[in-house]
Design a protein around this ligand. Structure first.
Ligand code: ATP
Length: 322
């Protein structure tokens, strides 16, 4: 099966007063139709930067390297005009804050219609009917009435459904969902995850799910990449990753995840300051300072990805599969 999205050796550095911060460092992955791939890691590890690089939404101060191919088309060198065909039509995006992402003074039906007219060149009447059908597809009851309402009249969960309808208007082959349920309460979260799962299966889209929440990964993803300081430290099938985490960071993340009904164990703190300059790539393991298994060579040698089970691990001394 051909991939909907292939990212190869993606790197992104931000310049800040003469110094560079390497936010993403040599990340590669591919998503097949109907597949859910999660990018998981703490705040600041570079997840959103990956999403923005795919949609070419990074500021001019960002230096990007590597290749991003969407449905066989390299997007890194495209002009703004060519990019409009990719954004929305081939790649849709859903952000974390549904209410602030919607226009408060335009009815939700009209906002879906506008997206349909922009991406699919529909006439107004045709777009009106298609908007109602999309609202129904994303699970909004009584869609004709709801289409006339404004964002403040809808719950957070319903607003997120509207955002998903807007993202689907261009009939994208890949959906990028950046923390799609983080702003919602737990029961609503579960219904939105179920909707995303249904849509991926029904439409055969690829889904890149960006989250810091391993519970969300377990619920929805087929595969996951665990990111730390801009690099993939472990990658694999979700069931294997949860059953046999090999990287000490994956283990630490799993240990910090609240268990149902149990107490939340210590949370890992946010990472700041990653790699000082792109010209000076890391010469050691970036997790060494926080690692419980650290050995002398971790401070001297940069680990490279090595195959492990059906995935890979980037660690000089990984836990062996048991
Ligand atoms: N526009 C920017 N200019 C400079 N540095 C940036 C910019 N955007 C992100 N960064 C830096 O890049 C790194 C990765 O940020 P990013 O937002 O991708 O992480 P994240 O894992 O998505 O975190 P969060 O979940 O908090 O959004 C951070 O060190 C951040 O400070």
């Amino acid at each position: 099966m051909s991939e909907t999205l292939t990212v190869s050796e993606l790197s992104v550095a931000f310049r800040r007063g003469g110094r560079g911060t390497c936010a993403v460092d040599g990340l590669s992955f591919a998503i097949a139709p109907g597949e859910v791939l999660a990018l998981v890691g703490e705040s600041g590890c570079g997840k959103s930067t990956v999403a923005k690089a795919i949609l070419r939404l990074l500021p001019r101060t960002a230096q990007t390297g590597g290749s991003i191919v969407v449905e066989g088309r390299e997007v890194t060198g495209l002009s703004e005009r060519e990019l409009t065909q990719v954004r929305g039509r081939k790649v849709g995006i859903v952000f974390q804050e549904p209410i602030s992402s919607l226009n408060p003074v335009v009815s939700v039906g009209r906002q879906v219609e506008e997206s349909l007219r922009r991406h699919r060149r529909m006439r107004r009447r045709e777009a009106g009917a298609a908007a109602v059908a999309l609202l129904e597809e994303v699970g909004i009851a009584d869609p004709e009435r709801r289409a006339r309402e404004f964002p403040h009249q809808l719950s957070g969960g319903m607003c997120q459904r509207v955002m998903i309808a807007i993202a689907l208007a261009g009939d994208p082959r890949v959906l990028v969902a950046d923390e799609p349920t983080t702003a919602l309460d737990a029961t609503v979260q579960a219904t939105i995850l179920e909707l995303l799962r249904d849509l991926v299966a029904r439409r055969g889209m690829g889904l890149l799910l960006i989250t810091h929440d391993l519970g969300v990964v377990a619920d929805l993803a087929d595969r996951a990449i665990v990111m730390y300081a801009g690099r993939a430290v472990e990658e694999g099938d979700v069931t294997e990753l949860f059953a046999r985490p090999r990287h000490p960071y994956t283990r630490a993340l799993l240990a910090a995840t609240p268990t149902p009904g149990g107490a939340t164990r210590a949370r890992l703190t946010e990472i700041d300051g990653i790699v000082p300059s792109l010209a000076e790539p890391a010469t050691s393991c970036s997790f060494a300072e926080r690692c419980t298994r650290v050995r002398a060579d971790c401070h001297r040698k940069r680990p490279e990805p090595a195959r492990a089970g059906r995935g890979s691990v980037t660690c000089l001394h990984p836990w062996e599969g048991s």
